[in-house]
Design a protein around this ligand. Structure first.
Ligand code: ADP
Ligand code: MG
Length: 383
């Protein structure tokens, strides 16, 4: 990734004037709590040390000029007075979606020159899209003096994704990106958006969080997600609760008599996963990162067996990492592909990497991308 100074210099050489500022927002990884967000439950993500940055300058007219450092994508021009979903293309959907969402909230959007850079791997389940959106919302909040608080910015970026980009995502990704802190995970209650920082200093515990990007992006991820959401909605309705968050593990015995077998398994995943998040938060406070390994394993088994959202590549990544020395591993993100995480003792890191690469090659799968992430600070102005 280029330095902030280089990004500002590049901005100046393309747009002919220095940017008004540079803002940075990280991607995130979810430690535990999968498919619990839309059930008004708990999640435990952390902001990672990979981020998107935007250099931005306000223009005197209403023209929007958007450029990125990725590949050979050229300059895109739009008008701040006529932001339209249908015409937004590629990565520009994300900044334009944020501008649109802010407009819907009554913020007057000026013309802008914007240059984007990012080292968050895209489509790997690390939320490269929210990194872009959060960097842009922070920049605009400041440049327009909109005075939005963190919760408003969370909802504005959610609206950008849901209503402009068209992805049915919740509030986890942008909450982590906007409100993360170094050395901490973010315990987020998706019912009321309340949030608490929980120490997650893997490094001091001699551990590294490895991300194993399987590079699989399954075509049925969209329909699979929709059908899981529908099952959860049905489960809540039959059980007579507002959301599955209101079902306790002790209620599962009664629930099994009321639900068809498939819906029951879907419900059991959500209920036990919520409980695992609570256990992980308690353990991180009392015993530190080493203690949560078994919860990561149980989370993966639940997603594989009850929620049916794993795939052979994710299962192989998780099983191989565990046998090679990781103390806990699970798929992370929506499922049907994407990444796994493996909490790994530093002295076993090379062994785990080599074993997973070998296992993938032997199975005839594409080479995985494996890298360490650490909990980093949330979005901030850097220049
Ligand atoms: P995720 O957020 O999990 O990475 P998404 O599909 O939500 O996956 O967002 C990925 C999209 O974000 C890409 O298709 C692209 O439009 C945009 N994007 C994000 N980062 C980059 C990048 N570094 N280069 C090009 N496009 C990017
Ligand atoms: Mg995304």
């Amino acid at each position: 990734m280029t330095s902030t100074e280089d990004l500002a210099a590049r901005f100046e050489s393309v747009f002919g004037a220095a940017p008004d500022g540079v803002w940075r927002a990280p991607g995130r990884v979810n430690l535990i709590g999968e498919h619990t967000d839309y059930n008004e439950g708990y999640v435990l993500p952390f902001a990672i040390d990979r981020a998107a940055r935007v250099a931005v300058r306000v223009r005197p007219d209403s023209t929007l000029r958007l450029l990125s450092t990725f590949g050979n994508q050229g300059l895109t021009t739009a008008d701040a007075g006529a932001l339209q979903r249908a015409t937004a293309r590629g990565w520009t959907k994300y900044p334009l979606g944020v501008l649109w969402a802010l407009q819907q909230r009554g913020v007057r959007i000026p013309g802008l020159d914007l240059l984007l850079d990012s080292d968050v791997p895209r489509g790997a389940g690390l939320s490269s899209s929210h990194a872009i959106e959060c960097a842009v919302v922070c920049a605009l909040n400041e440049l327009t003096a909109a005075g939005l608080g963190a919760e408003d910015m969370v909802l504005a970026t959610q609206s950008a994704e849901n209503d402009f980009v068209g992805s049915p995502t919740g509030i986890m990704d942008q909450s982590a990106s906007l409100r993360g802190a170094a050395g901490h995970a973010i315990f987020l209650d998706c019912r009321d958006q309340s949030l608490r920082l929980v120490p997650f200093d893997a490094e001091s515990a001699g551990l590294v969080t490895l991300v194993i990007d399987t590079r699989v992006s399954h075509s049925h991820a969209g329909s699979g997600y929709a059908s899981r959401r529908a099952s959860c909605g049905l489960g809540a309705e039959v059980l007579g609760v507002q959301a599955l968050r209101d079902v306790r593990p002790a209620d599962l015995g009664d629930a099994s008599a009321l639900l068809d077998p498939v819906t029951f398994r879907r419900v059991r995943h959500v209920v036990t996963e919520n409980d695992r998040v609570l256990q992980a938060v308690a353990l991180l406070g009392s015993a530190g990162p080493t203690a949560i390994g078994p919860l990561l394993d149980a989370s993966h088994a639940s997603m594989r067996d009850d929620f049916d959202i794993s795939c052979p590549e994710l299962d192989l990544a998780v099983e191989t990492a565990r046998s090679a020395g990781a103390i806990g591993a699970r798929m992370t993100g929506g499922g049907f592909g994407g990444s796994a995480i493996a909490l790994t003792p530093v002295d076993a890191e090379q062994r785990v990497r080599a074993a997973v690469e070998r296992a993938f090659a032997r199975a005839g799968y594409a080479a995985p991308d494996i890298f360490g992430v650490r909990p980093a600070a949330g979005a901030i102005r850097v220049g």
